[in-house]
Design a binder for this molecule. Structure first.
Ligand SMILES: *Cc1c(COP(=O)(O)O)cnc(C)c1O
Length: 355
């Protein structure tokens, strides 16, 4: 089994830095667990270092149960209208944008005698989820007019840097603030939570504040990878090696490499790229796309290159490395976002915590 190793001390330091800087900006930080899911060791580390609100983007088959969770978490994906009973059973709050779904949530709450809050998502330019700013006040009015209303309206939220690549700027950070004020003055309805996400906001927060009505930030990727998505760079105050992927060597050979005279596509349907020619040192590692996303891995050893990826193997060229590899040796990698998600989700990858 390949290993996804989690350095709990570095994770704790990333969390403490983020909680502290968000607090200084007037923001409560929600920890988003898209990759890890309900992982007790990670949730415990988050709680010990100042995170009290947790968000999940999917409902695991067994539910996001974890006794380390302080309260019902937040469902940060738009719920499917078919899954509302399951969603409200497990989650205390959800992010929503469709009035028909919101009405259905209320029907389920009435029928099952439950409580649940919603945050109305607003599209402030990233072109993913959310009602358009000009329709927000009207939608909030409709939510409040729902007959027999049991669901609570917590506030509004937005997401940037996920679809159109929109990053925070002077204009879009003001939209939520203005809408919160408008809902309160025109409808007399309190807007408690004004929520932004995700990690792309960290670049903005280095040199700017956010309008004072924005009081929550949802962060996932930066906690684990120490980077700022959309800008694709490491955050200078965060560790980018909390997660290290470790494969072990199954075979080493010196091979005569070069373009095949009659070549087809590889096991995954891609055309092979002959990056090197002549005698090269090759090793086969014990993982492939069923264990992580190998093409998103970066070897810690600068002399190692990934040359080929299959479902269960990754082949590396280590001719330029100082190391001489043999079966059983480990090769370590930093991970990108896709590799992280796939490794956490794969049943074939062992998650190992270093304390
Ligand atoms: C994924 C996601 C986040 C967290 O984004 P990161 O870039 O991982 O920090 C926040 N909010 C929503 C709605 C998301 O889908």
């Amino acid at each position: 089994m390949a290993q996804l190793t989690v350095d709990i001390e570095k994770l704790a330091r990333n969390i403490r830095f983020l909680v502290r800087s968000c607090k200084a900006a007037g923001l409560d930080m929600m920890g988003i667990l898209k990759g890890p899911g309900p992982d007790s060791a990670i949730i415990r580390t988050m709680r010990e270092n100042g995170i009290e609100t947790f968000g999940f983007s999917s409902i695991p088959r067994t539910g996001p149960h974890d006794e380390t969770l302080p309260q019902k978490p937040v469902f940060i994906s738009l719920p499917s209208i078919h899954e509302i009973p399951r969603m409200v059973r497990h989650f205390g709050t959800s992010l929503n944008s469709e009035i028909s779904v919101i009405q259905r949530i209320n029907e389920v709450l009435v029928a099952e005698n439950r409580s649940h809050n919603i945050i109305l998502m607003v599209d402030t330019g990233d072109l993913r989820e959310g009602v358009l700013p000009e329709n927000v006040v009207d939608t909030v009015r409709k939510i409040h007019d729902i007959r027999d209303r049991r669901l609570g309206f917590s506030g509004i939220g937005t997401n940037l840097g996920c679809c159109a690549g929109m990053v925070p700027d002077e204009e879009n950070v003001l939209i939520l603030q203005d809408l919160a004020l408008e809902i309160e003055t025109r409808l007399g309805i309190a807007v408690e939570t004004v929520s932004v996400g995700g990690s792309v906001f960290l670049e903005w927060l280095k040199s700017h504040g956010l309008p004072d009505r924005i009081n929550q930030i949802r962060l996932g990727e930066a906690i684990f990878l120490g980077n700022i998505p959309a800008f694709c760079r490491k955050h200078e105050h965060l560790h980018d090696d909390v997660l290290i992927f470790k494969g072990d060597v199954l075979e080493t050979q010196e091979k005569n490499v070069g373009p095949c005279p009659h070549s087809g596509v590889d096991a995954l349907g891609f055309s092979p790229v002959a990056a090197f020619k002549g005698k090269r040192k090759r090793a086969i590692l014990n993982f492939g796309i069923s264990d992580t996303y190998p093409l998103g891995l970066r070897p810690l050893d600068g002399g190692v290159f990934i040359v080929c990826v299959n479902s269960n193997y990754t082949v590396i060229d280590y001719t330029d490395s100082q190391r001489s590899l043999k079966p059983g040796d480990f090769v370590e990698f930093k991970m990108n976002y896709i590799s992280m998600l796939q490794a956490f989700m794969s049943p074939f990858t062992d998650i190992v915590y270093h304390y």
